[in-house]
Design a protein around this ligand. Structure first.
Ligand SMILES: NC(=O)c1ccc[n+]([C@@H]2O[C@H](COP(=O)([O-])OP(=O)(O)OC[C@H]3O[C@@H](n4cnc5c(N)ncnc54)[C@H](OP(=O)(O)O)[C@@H]3O)[C@@H](O)[C@H]2O)c1
Length: 327
């Protein structure tokens, strides 16, 4: 039987997510919910979803919804995840999972207590090129991986009250974008022993630019997130025997370049691994697979992975003196 999804918060990412959801077999979008009934109706009509609710609570009360996708601003992930779990739903919650590690711990505890599946929607983890890159690293094709250079930066000119810059929403580049380069370094170099970070801030207090250096037992990562410029968005992974470039935009990459050989002679191979849809399909398939096999967390992007990532953003925030007003 198909897994029935319910979507909460019908903004930008929910529109992208549902288009991929409709590509995945054995899943259906059963219901959508917005704080506005009109918006929910319009969204439901556009994507032919059978049920539209004008409140999130109404969707959570629908006994037919198996799993809820939470696509609301960062600062509300914690509350909506707990409510969904308490209503007996499985949950896929957008990144950042929550605004700090303390919230993530409570979300995980609740999922374990309720015996419900819970995963952070860290879609890059399931991207085919990223997965292939992980395989190459595990096979030792790059030798010892010891240096990562990755950023995530767009030029944006958002108004101060926007989700990007509003501190009540935990706005700023770190939680919006910086989680991606942190994820890459964490996956390939492991948990860091030292973290150094610097930042520039908007007048709202939101971080506009964050530079991060991580030192782990295996090597060093040089990372950056920002709203003040557009970078080439290529992620670079270096080892003793070669390197991989994840092509732009690397967090949703459709291909890679592998270069093997660190002396004068080297071999280079470029390949395309196009995603099904935009690429949310893979995290949706992971949820499906976990639910079908009775798993309460993904092994590929587990509760511990999310917790480690949240601890990392907490450490960066400590270094740059970033606190949200509601904490
Ligand atoms: N995985 C990715 O690639 C990716 C990309 C973009 C964003 N995201 C994540 O997804 C989340 C949503 O981002 P978005 O770009 O979709 O944001 P958005 O366009 O602003 O949409 C967020 C939605 O949340 C709902 N909401 C609930 N409480 C709200 C409040 N107090 N103020 C404003 N809206 C509220 C609204 O839906 P209703 O009006 O329908 O209730 C709103 O449309 C963020 O946490 C972001 O980090 C992930």
């Amino acid at each position: 039987m198909a897994i029935k999804w319910g979507l909460i918060g019908l903004g930008n990412i929910a529109h992208q997510f549902i288009q991929d959801l409709l590509l995945v077999e054995k899943t259906t979008c059963h219901a959508v919910a917005s704080r506005s009934a009109d918006k929910a109706e319009e969204f439901a009509k556009r994507y032919q979803v059978p049920n539209a609710y004008g409140s999130y609570a109404a969707l959570l009360a629908d006994p037919e919804v198996d799993i809820v996708y939470i696509a609301t601003p960062h600062s509300t992930h914690f509350e909506h995840t707990l409510r969904a779990l308490q209503a007996g739903k499985h949950v896929l919650c957008e990144k950042p999972f929550a605004v700090n590690a303390n919230q993530v711990k409570k979300m995980v505890t609740s999922a374990v207590q309720q015996r419900r599946f819970l995963m952070e929607a860290f879609w890059t983890r399931f991207n085919p090129s990223f997965e292939y890159c992980l395989e190459l690293v595990e096979q030792g094709v790059l030798g010892d991986v010891n240096y990562i250079n990755a950023d995530f930066t767009f030029f944006r000119n958002d108004p101060p009250e926007s989700r990007m810059l509003n501190m009540d929403y935990a706005g700023g580049s770190l939680l919006e974008l910086g989680v991606y380069p942190l994820f890459l370094a964490y996956m390939l170099l492991g948990k860091p022993r030292e973290v150094k970070a610097v930042a520039h801030f908007h007048e709202t207090g939101a971080d506009l630019q964050v530079g991060i250096l991580l030192k782990s037992d295996r090597g060093i990562a040089n990372l950056y997130s920002g709203f003040k410029s557009q970078s080439d968005m290529v992620a670079k992974i270096y080892g003793t025997k070669g390197r991989i470039y994840l092509e732009p935009y690397w967090h949703e990459t459709q291909g890679y370049e592998l270069v093997v050989g660190n002396d004068g002679s080297y071999q280079s191979e470029k390949a395309q691994l196009p995603t099904k849809g935009k690429g949310f399909t893979y995290e949706i398939e992971e949820c499906l697979q976990c639910l079908q096999t009775g798993k309460l967390e993904s092994l590929k992007w587990s509760h511990q992975h999310s917790l480690d990532l949240a601890k990392l953003t907490d450490t960066v925030r400590q270094q740059i003196g970033l606190q949200y007003p509601f904490e």
